[in-house]
Design a protein around this ligand. Structure first.
Ligand SMILES: Cc1cc2nc3c(=O)[nH]c(=O)nc-3n(C[C@H](O)[C@H](O)[C@H](O)COP(=O)(O)O)c2cc1C
Length: 228
């Protein structure tokens, strides 16, 4: 598969089959993904790949604590709380499409259901946690965003390579909202920041939600060319 096809086919998958992704394939994907560029080749990313009983225990613990505990979430990479325009409108547009044209707010029950599915990694059999050294991420002058750029490139590589092998992925901020529950199951040192979860598995193409495809703003809105 060429890069263009992988970029065009990649999308966030929100329903997975129960089939296990072979360990060798995960190793190959991660090894190749780490060809990503980084500041002076610092390679600030680390990954913890979790499956089986360990992942199930994390998912169960998240579900047990529940979405109502979220405002007190211990996310080690803080989420944005303010969405100025045009970002708020883009979220709204996405939500209306996702709700098949329905414009009313989600009820509390619907919202909680959505969160709980997130907590089960949408049924994916494997979750790849992105880790970053806290001393590199949090520096005297503030957050070191450069390390996250670098890691974002590696994460995108994972997602594109997954497409190449018939796999699906979804980046999930929601998968790391309770880092203490993850640390109860796997040995993540306190000096590493749990930055993101990437659910990976075989997409359940029979499920309606895997047919969703999210639009992008047109090129002219986002890009200006100079000196041509
Ligand atoms: C850093 C990051 C975190 C995300 N967290 C979540 C999440 O917790 N739950 C979720 O359903 N989608 C999550 N997404 C997926 C985005 O909603 C999705 O990428 C966006 O709507 C565009 O859709 P597409 O990936 O299908 O093109 C996340 C994406 C990124 C890049």
């Amino acid at each position: 598969m060429d890069v263009l096809q992988a970029i065009k086919e990649r999308k966030s998958i929100r329903a997975f089959k129960p089939d296990q992704v072979p360990l060798d394939l995960l190793k190959k994907i991660l090894d190749d993904a780490m060809r990503a560029p980084s500041w002076a080749n610092t390679q600030p990313w680390e990954f913890a790949v979790v499956t089986g009983k360990k992942l199930k225990a994390i998912q169960d613990a998240f579900v047990k604590r529940g979405p109502s505990a979220m405002p007190g979430s211990q996310s080690e990479v803080p989420r944005p709380y303010v969405f100025p325009e045009p970002f708020a409108s883009r979220i709204k547009k996405m939500q209306i499409k996702e709700r098949r044209g329905r414009t009313s707010e989600l009820s509390k029950e619907e919202m909680e259901k959505k969160m709980l599915i997130n907590f089960t990694n949408y049924g994916a059999t494997t979750c790849i946690y992105l880790l970053m050294d806290k001393s590199y991420y949090k520096q005297e002058k503030g957050i070191n965003v450069w390390g996250m750029y670098d890691s974002g490139s590696a994460v995108q590589n994972i997602m594109l390579l997954a497409v190449n092998y018939g796999l699906g992925t979804i980046a999930q901020a929601m998968a790391v909202v309770y880092p203490d529950l993850i640390r109860q199951e796997i040995d993540i040192p306190q000096d590493k920041c749990l930055a993101l979860g990437i659910a990976i598995g075989y997409p359940d193409w029979d499920n309606e939600v895997t047919k969703d495809f999210r639009d992008r703003e047109p090129l002219d809105t986002m890009v200006k060319f100079y000196g041509f």
